[in-house]
Design a protein around this ligand. Sequence first.
Ligand SMILES: Nc1ncnc2c1ncn2[C@@H]1O[C@H](COP(=O)(O)OP(=O)(O)OP(=O)(O)O)[C@@H](O)[C@H]1O
Ligand SMILES: [Mg+2]
Length: 321
Amino acid sequence: MALLEIKNLNITYKMKDKSVYAVQDADITLESQDAVGIVGESGSGKSTLAMGVLRLLPKTAVTEGEALFEGKNLLTLSQDELSKVRWNEISVVFQKSMNALSPVHKIGKQMEDVYLIHRPKASKQEIRERIYELFRIVNLSERVYELYPHELSGGMMQRISIALSLILNPKLLVLDEATTALDVVTQSQILREIMQLQEKFHLTRLMITHDVSVVASTCNKVVVMYAGRIMEKGHVEDVLVNPKHPYTQGLLKSFPSFHGEKTDLRGIPGSLPDLSVRPEGCVFAPRCPYATDECRNKMPELKAAGDGKHEWQVACHRNGR
Ligand SMILES: Nc1ncnc2c1ncn2[C@@H]1O[C@H](COP(=O)(O)OP(=O)(O)OP(=O)(O)O)[C@@H](O)[C@H]1O
Ligand SMILES: [Mg+2]
């Protein structure tokens, strides 16, 4: 059984005057120990998708479909059951996770409190040992225990957020732009640490980022989203090496080469469509260099691509022609 199976997920923000179709017909499977990257430009629905699965969206968001975690549908669990799954089984790190911490208490104390909420019977010694162990995992020194949040650098803060997310040994770690705000050197150190701990603790990881190079270097599978829809998904060595969808091709072109060579930074001309309108045809057609009348009139479904060795799907009429 897959660890997480997202099936036919639709998420709509229902506002007074309009509906924003932020995620449409998404299917994503995470096998145990997969590292799945969701990429796409800002506003494509990546965070909405992940937060919808974890039921962390505001009430205006209507979520339909299924999100089966070890077979249990997260979208229909009672609040009680859901809170057991979050933290214990699934934890999340955001770009600004640290904002959830209080500025007036020491880091160690706040981590103790989190641990105690979930393990009320834990002894003082057990808690301290667990926290020191977590510090080691994320390469922080024990002295951080006695520091206040404002005394930490951005990199240290993200390390604390990651340490906190691991406090109860979750199976699934969701990282939403968790390293985006860091300088390149710190980002690559932390990404390396994340991969090491994934291996050590047999974690499964869902990595949300607009940075394709992060996915290329840290994930085995990738889901490319555009305007709320999945355009292409499959293994990183297929999709990011030989992209089939014109959107994926454009996304890769807009990033400097992973090898540091100078590349063409043309990007993708145009901008994201209005998500309150659902077009008849392909959502990418208005920006696609290959769009035909068929593309403008008929929405392409996700269909198998490649030679069939690996699962690889593309939503493009050009696929296979
Ligand atoms: N609370 C909300 N109410 C209404 N619309 C929202 C809300 N949150 C997000 N949206 C809209 O939903 C769409 C998807 O947003 P989302 O934040 O999921 O994108 P994203 O891919 O995570 O972008 P980014 O890379 O900037 O984080 C956008 O059009 C956004 O404006
Ligand atoms: Mg986001």
